[in-house]
Design a protein. Structure first.
Length: 440
């Protein structure tokens, strides 16, 4: 799962050239791990909650809807908060809000209220959004400027490690528990029903309370840790101030950015749609238990981690648009195979998609902001908002699954990747608006 960047403007740091920032970088890298972990853990919670509340696929997809809607809603406010209180305090508050979101899973599980679960997901995602807006600039400035890209790649790798480990954690601690649905509990006697409710609640409460404690400990650690002060670079004297709406409209005049915004929307939507329903899909295809299916989910997200290392080397010798188009073609073929077959062939073809997803988000992002000049910052903010595709596309896929079945509903991500194929092959070619030069 890709992380968003800060759209708060150019930053610099007040640093000591002889200082050792390795401890700070290691601690910041843990943040990339944990938000990748928490995001991927949603894929484990969805089948768990679907079974407990006897939800249809569209209702289960509301988990991703509220989670990724928080990215869209809270990105801009998070930028404002960071500018007012500073990046370090922004990280601390982000950790505390994330911890609060985890704690809310306790009353949600105790009361067995799906609506409270959704509130908990929104609060958790809001904290993670603030974390990402505040933490990314730190990674960029903790060290020599010429090695900032390598540091960001390293932290992204740990983000992928988090998404790989989460399915194993969730399948062992959550999906291994023999839960009872609301309909089954309603048919039980009072004593048996109380025990079943306690079992259902305990499966979620223990892991998420533990994660809440981790967030609080990290908040305390960052409070006492000495970090370089990040300051906004002032605008040049006499520079004209442009409002957000004016910048937004100017930015959209770049066709490759406008099309790239849709590319991010469809990519995140396609990736999250597949991951959200994979556990249920593998149960239907090969009769796995939820715990077995959850463990196989590691291959989907683990493939993305491996693919980033392979892709980083390939992108040095082959044009990014070409690599993006090729990967999209492969994913489209894999989706056609999984819809046309059953059993293990269908399962392994969809799991292999993770490997080819790996380079898509950063490649689309960099292609979209190419040659934007002074509009690069606003273009980046626009692309970050497009992550809302992770809220909308899984819901659409869930709606379709309720009508035509989960197997054929994979046509939704297929449409997403067909668009990415178009963007890589043609839509990503930079085209400047009339009268605009690359230096503007």
């Amino acid at each position: 799962m890709a992380s968003i960047g800060s759209s708060t403007g150019a930053v610099s740091a007040q640093t000591d050239s002889g200082a050792n920032y390795t401890p700070a970088l290691v601690t910041l890298t843990s943040l990339f791990f944990i938000w990748g972990f928490m995001t991927c853990l949603n894929d484990i919670l969805i089948p768990h909650l679907k079974a407990i509340f006897t939800l249809n696929y569209a209702q289960a997809a509301l988990v991703q809807f509220v989670f990724f809607a928080a990215y869209f809603i809270m990105s801009t406010p998070s930028g404002v908060i960071v500018r007012k209180i500073g990046y370090k305090i922004g990280i601390v508050i982000g950790l505390l809000v994330s911890g609060l979101g985890c704690f809310l899973f306790y009353p949600a599980a105790s009361t067995q209220q799906y609506s409270i679960f959704l509130i908990a997901f929104f609060v958790l995602a809001s904290g993670i959004t603030l974390l990402q807006v505040a933490a990314n600039p730190y990674v960029a400035i903790l060290g020599k400027p010429e090695t900032s890209s390598s540091r960001l790649v390293l932290t992204q790798a740990f983000n992928s490690l988090g998404t790989t480990v989460a399915p194993l954690f969730g399948s062992v601690l959550i999906l291994s528990v023999a839960i009872k649905s609301a309909d089954e509990i309603a048919k039980m006697g009072a004593s048996d029903a109380a025990k079943a409710l306690q079992t259902n609640a305990h499966a979620v409460q223990v892991p998420y309370v533990g994660l809440a404690v981790v967030f609080i400990l990290l908040a305390i650690f960052f409070t006492i840790m000495k970090l370089p002060k990040i300051v906004e670079e002032p605008r040049e004297p006499g520079a004209k101030h442009e409002g957000a709406i004016e910048l937004f409209m100017k930015t959209l005049k770049y066709p490759h950015l406008a099309l790239g915004t849709l590319g991010i929307f469809f990519y995140v939507g396609g990736e999250v749609s597949i991951g959200s329903f994979l556990v249920n899909y593998m149960k239907d295809l090969v009769g796995f238990t939820p715990e077995q299916a959850g463990k196989f989910l590691m291959f989907y997200w683990g493939g993305a981690m491996v693919g980033r290392f392979i892709g980083s080397a390939i992108l040095r010798i082959i044009k990014p648009g070409t690599v993006l188009a090729f990967n999209a073609i492969v994913v489209c073929c894999l989706l056609v195979v999984t819809m046309a077959t059953k059993g293990h062939a269908a399962m392994y073809s969809v799991l292999a998609i993770g490997l080819f997803n790996s380079i898509m988000f950063p490649t689309i992002f960099t292609l979209a902001i190419a040659k934007l000049g002074r509009h690069t910052s606003s273009g980046s903010g626009l692309l970050c908002m497009a992550i809302v595709g992770g809220a909308i596309m899984p819901f659409i896929m869930g709606k379709l699954a309720d009508v035509i079945g989960l197997h054929m509903s994979f046509v939704v991500p297929l449409v997403c990747y067909l668009y990415i194929l178009f963007y890589g092959a043609k839509g990503s070619v930079p085209k400047l608006p009339k009268g605009v030069t690359e230096t503007d």
